[in-house]
Design a protein around this ligand. Sequence first.
Ligand code: PBG
Ligand code: ZN
Length: 327
Amino acid sequence: MTSFPTNRLRRLRTNQTMRDILASVRLHADELIAPLFVREGSGVSSPIESMPGQFQLSVDTALETARRWAGLGLRSVLLFGIPDKKDAVGSEAWNDAAAVQRLTSEIKNAIPDMLVITDVCLCEYTEHGHCGTLVEGDGPMDVDNDATLESLARTAASHARCGADIVAPSAMMDGQVQAIRSMLDADGFANTAIMSYAVKFASALYGPFRQAAEGAPSSGNRKTYQMDYRSPLQIQSEAALDVQEGADMLMVKPAWTYLDVISEVRRNFDLPLAAYHVSGEFSVLHAAAANGWIDLKDAAIEVTSAIKRAGADLIITYFAEQLAQWI
Ligand code: PBG
Ligand code: ZN
């Protein structure tokens, strides 16, 4: 064993070319998934104040955006719907004529090579803003797990009918992957894949998204269904259950603040792994950059690279468009 001064680790960092040939963690546009918020109407392009550079779009402007992204080399989008109509169970979520469904079929017609992933949840569609149907009665408010499964499955089937390549259930109901897989198979969509938000924590970092998607719970919080970040033991069981139920890909969310979780899931499961670099993780970088405290481009590339280095195969990020231009 040699040591200093024979050993000098700085030798491998002497110049840019040396550093570049040794840079094994590199971002590719292929692995970036761009979230997109779509609502009813036409010609809509409303900036989301909490998320600089992000917009609520209508189907027409969203299609233009998807075309622009495809031109930059992005291969996949993740669609979120913002409905005009909300009710107790979120029934607009499985309306084949709603914005997400129309946009899905328009993208698949216009840009067939672009993968359309749809978020399957009910919080944007329920008037109370929870991710499912509430338990009836006077007890403490909670989401009725089993009653919600049917709604999630119908939503996924509706997305599949409109051409979604991948459905991504994010409600954190036990059994949701199984319920969706059975309905998709029964309806003839054996090839529609499921990217399960398997390991999703209740997080303060979803704050800006709730403004973007207009789906904040009107009372209470999501802690009875989303995971507790203080209890890492559940990571294994949550991922394992979804694998057993038929998930094709797993997801960890948030990403930047949960790099250890990404590594753990990577080590223990051999399914493709996505990580969701969430709204709060995006907005803090923008806020710091706006104050001149960090360089946005360098910081965004560094953080996204860290997510990849931790073990993510796919990265869902609001920086997707900019990263595709930068890398
Ligand atoms: C809804 C959903 C949320 C996000 C994705 N799907 C919010 C939540 O669970 O409260 C958060 C995404 C982000 O913050 O970027 N099921
Ligand atoms: Zn939800």
